[in-house]
Design a protein around this ligand. Sequence first.
Ligand SMILES: [Zn+2]
Length: 239
Amino acid sequence: MQITVIGCSPAWPNAGGAQSGYLVEGDGRLLLDCGPGVLARLREAANGWPVLDALAITHFHLDHWGDLVPWIFGAAFGPGSDVPKPELWLPPGGDEKLRAYGRQLSFVDQIDMAFDVREYEDGAPFQAAGFNVVPISLEHYSELTFGMRVTNHEGTLAYSGDTGPTPKLTELARDADLFLCEATLLEPEPSLRGHLSEDEAIEAFQTSGAHRLVVIHRPDERPLSRPLELAADGDVLTF
Ligand SMILES: [Zn+2]
């Protein structure tokens, strides 16, 4: 399995960075999240329009799905019309949510030209791009949000998406070969939780038994205080 960090910026972009997008390649090609800046990077790598089997979106904060909008326009009116439609896996209720945004932002009539839209369910495995994917709901303020556990014959990737501390992170990343875990915060939030501090990411990693931790979604303004592995756009991770 090969994972390319297309973009790993937090809710605001790091300098020169793209927001969340992680390309997972095995027998097929699966993109986890599609934040602003991701499509341009994928176009650069593809020297054309990206050809994917599936995309999966963890939640509807814009930094995790915003580039679906230009993707839809490019597939309807541009070079994306020449490539097969990928599956687009959304959280429960996501189909209607995307269409509601589409009605507001004038892309609703083009959605089905771009994507084969599907919804996953909490804890229910689905098959996408040759991977077994288990979405697990996590703690992210009031937003319905999922982490993704992606497995094939070579091993398991765990992707936290955005989350505060929860025992479900342990379940998500249990014995994974690679744990892409967010550590957005300098200090834990005082009340309603939605992100992790560095210490909390380490704790989730240690309790999970995952083999390798790579920190994502970290603002440049908040350097890590320990020698953890920190993702950078363009990194290629394999196992
Ligand atoms: Zn978020």
